[in-house]
Ligand binder design. Sequence first.
Ligand code: SIN
Ligand code: FE2
Length: 212
Amino acid sequence: MMLDLFDAQQAPIQLADGAYYLKGFARPIANTLCTLLQAQLAEQPPQKMITPMGYMSVLTSSLGHVGWVSSRSGYGYVGCNPANQQAWPAIPKPLLHLASRAAQTVGYKGFVPDCCLVNVYNVGSKMGLHQDKDERDFSQPVVSISLGIPAIFLMGGTQRNDKTTKVNLAHGDVVVFGGTSRLFFHGVQTVKQANHPLLGQQRINLTFRKAM
Ligand code: SIN
Ligand code: FE2
């Protein structure tokens, strides 16, 4: 218990120019976030998305004014969930505040995301190296919050084959990337079998973006 409290107070670790790992930043409210999310995801169940390159191994949903969707012909942000034509649920206030506070902690002031992309990783899911470049304004960072079982996150550079820095993201860990690293390639290695007391054999990653 004591160790948890100390873990939550660690200073940001730089992963690349403009990219930071905030170990345990969301830990104090991570369990509450899981409960909130489970209610939201019951409304908009995460779906398997197909991309022009094939199926993604994660399941995806969104919160916010816009959500990220993909099809065989391309991907981008839309105001309604194409599965049910409904608007995406709002980003809960505590989540919005957490994302803004994480961004501010590493120097990105005034970050107000309009999309929270929810990626659900089951054991064996991964995310290949990619750039987050469907947003309109690259002056705004991306904030990522991880919940549930751990996964190894890779932060690379401007080229797909650039060397990557690996970081093990656990329940309540946060990554913020902006500035020079805003368009850096990044991804997630295949999630290994583990069990989390609240989410079972699942990892949920939330990425907050200013998409429009
Ligand atoms: C992403 O890049 O969209 C996901 C990152 C993660 O799952 O940690
Ligand atoms: Fe990404």
